[in-house]
Design a protein around this ligand. Structure first.
Ligand code: ATP
Ligand code: MG
Length: 239
């Protein structure tokens, strides 16, 4: 993308593209979902394929959610209250680790996580927060892929009325010039076809939507830390 585009021009172009992608992807995704649900109906619950089908159903729904996020990423909006649920952080992290375990093992990454015991459940849009953590850990996996030390950790603590989640990696780090641009739409340093540069843009909007914030500290060669702060009574919750 040319550097001289204004912010409004960029957002208009992105909005048009996102709407196009959503239109193209939502229909086939709904097809997959329907076929999966048909197969689930025809499969006994004790059949080993049943839980695989459930996985496909859940992940397809999540894809549809991601596509919908793309279409609305330039607006930070309060979602309907029904989309927010009280959820424990460890459960989300466990699901994430399950999803990424193949890549973590295959690439020999030392992955650790720790959530403080006094962390209460939080009102969050579960798919949204799952997507944020997935984006951040995927970035961390990409960053450690090219470094000798391959360590990634997630930590969760309570700080007053906020929950703080940090994702730390021992990867290649980010130069100061790039650090100021990582949340920009379409900013990527990955080869064409490997990154769209939308992961952090979407993640940041999801966190802002919850009334929280996300920051990053990094040094070239010194690894990277992303810090997420979520209010205990997130926007969608009753508090
Ligand atoms: N943990 C990290 N370590 C080093 N660089 C990172 C890290 N996280 C993000 N970056 C840098 O920020 C850029 C933008 O990240 P972002 O997730 O928005 O897009 P992407 O990963 O390139 O593509 P995708 O849309 O697939 O996520 C990356 O291309 C990379 O240069
Ligand atoms: Mg990314």
């Amino acid at each position: 993308m040319q550097d001289s585009w204004t912010e409004t021009e960029k957002l208009t172009a992105i909005g048009t593209m996102a709407a196009g992608i959503a239109h193209e992807l939502l229909n086939p995704l709904m097809g997959i979902l329907n076929f999966t649900q048909y197969c689930l109906e025809k499969t006994a619950a004790d059949d080993p394929r049943f839980s695989v089908l459930q996985d496909i159903e859940r992940e397809t729904k999540r894809c549809a959610g991601i596509v919908q996020n793309l279409t609305t990423f330039s607006r930070i909006e309060k979602r309907s209250e029904e989309e927010y649920h009280k959820q424990s952080l460890p459960e989300i992290i466990e699901r994430l680790v399950q999803l990424l375990s193949y890549r973590i093992e295959k690439e020999g990454v030392r992955f650790t996580w720790h959530v403080a015991e006094d962390i209460p459940e939080v009102w969050i849009r579960v798919d949204g927060i799952h997507q944020v953590l997935l984006n951040l850990v995927t970035n961390a996996l990409d960053a450690v892929a090219v470094s000798a030390k391959k360590e990634i950790s997630i930590e969760g603590y309570r700080r007053g009325n906020f929950i703080e989640v940090t994702i730390t990696d021992s990867g290649k780090g980010i130069s100061p010039a790039n650090l100021s641009r990582i949340f920009d739409p379409f900013f990527t340093t990955k080869p064409v076809g490997q990154g769209t540069g939308m992961g952090l843009t979407v993640s940041r909007n999801i966190i802002l939507e919850h009334g929280g914030d996300i920051t990053c500290r990094s040094e070239p060669g010194g690894g990277t830390v992303f810090e997420i702060r979520l209010p205990l009574a997130a926007k969608g919750g009753p508090g």
